[in-house]
Design a protein around this ligand. Sequence first.
Ligand code: ATP
Ligand code: MG
Length: 460
Amino acid sequence: MNKKNKAASATFEQPIILTRDQHPVSRQLLSPSALKVLYRLNKSGFDAYLVGGGVRDILLGLEPKDFDIATNATPDEIKALFRNCRLIGRRFRLAHIVFGREIIEVATFRGHHDSASDKEKSCKKTSKQSEHGMLLRDNIYGTIDEDAERRDFTINALYYSTKDFKVYDFANGVQDVNDRVIRLIGDPETRYREDPVRMLRAIRFATKLDMTISDGTKAPIKELSSLMANIPAARMFEEFLKMFISGKAVANFEQLRHYNLFGYFFPAVDQALNQDSDEQALLLAFIMLAMGNTDKRINNDQRVTPAFLFAAMLWYPLQKHIQQIKVTSQLTPQDVFFAALNEVMPEQQRSIAIPKRFQAVIKDIWILQDKLERREGKRAFKAFEHPKFRAGYDFLLLRAQIEATPELEELAKWWTDFQEVSNDGRVQMVKTVKAPQGGKRRNPKRRRKPTNQSNAKTVD
Ligand code: ATP
Ligand code: MG
């Protein structure tokens, strides 16, 4: 069989075998924990291979992000071998072997789910497909060659053994690594229907590894993009992190938009971006700058919080809701903000399940935008002491850069100076600040009046 067709037809009889002198994978390049797991499985009589990103990245001359292992030991057998083992996952039952901060993921070889109907009768919890062809469960175990067919891309179906130091290439992945091509194993449409997240993975590997997606793998994506609607919001959060908090947010964003996939992460933003208006240009510039800054920070090993990017993505949708609520209600600015927040957040949560701790920070960043404006008396010092001051200030800089109004630019500069001068200098700075117009309305005593409370209820 011709090598190119081998991946497409996905019947793997014999792998291409690379001996130790034909590939760069060596034990020194693996983490000691990964080696420990491989050795212990082997010593206990099981087959065990390094697979996926661990092999692929070393072939590409990169440092693997983590190490994944495939074995013929079942999850229960793996658990019996390692005290530091947790079994996770329903859709894919996996073992996590925990070594401090490092987790080695160990998966039992997957078998064919479509030819498993007999097995399924005897063991109901093995494999299950939705009406769209999506794999809801894939826990039928098999042999290494069957496992290779169940993997997503040819470059991810490379197996390294610490027994004979050989690389086993089942889908002509080494050739694709050398040609820098992302190619799905098997029929692309079927594979996307089984798991639509593979569309995201194709994009992610292409941007991360600077590769191109093969024509056949690329072709069905736009048409099948709507399958993404079936992905649970919790999984979308994981995918959001991989796409946007990985140093390649800008590149991934552009590709996601190209393939009509961005809207499954941020529907309100996508909708606004697809409208032709001045606001659209502003929104695009704003989120591009936020993503660019996030990428830079990650690539410089600086800390980032996903909350910042969420706050940036949803800032303009929030402003839009604020404007709408303002014209239809008599609420105080603060109540308008909370009413808008209560619309924007639940709507976004339907796409991405943002954990509560990040939601709290998003809210803090937004609230700080108002607090940073009101600097009279003790307010500036209070805002400065806020635990999320730095994120709020960075967000203000971003707004000033994009909106470029004299007021925002001045405010941003004021806060930059405030951080640089002495305490006496700060006291002086505060003295020169004028209360912004409309400040009286925010008198806290007034806010507590029952009339405002009842107003708030009319919006809920
Ligand atoms: P990285 O960890 O660098 O992002 P990776 O290739 O190791 O890349 P993982 O998500 O860690 O990706 O998955 C490990 C391996 O499991 C993959 O290389 C692939 O073989 C297989 N795999 C992961 N997700 C899927 C999927 N949705 N469908 C098929 N195979 C998958
Ligand atoms: Mg991995």
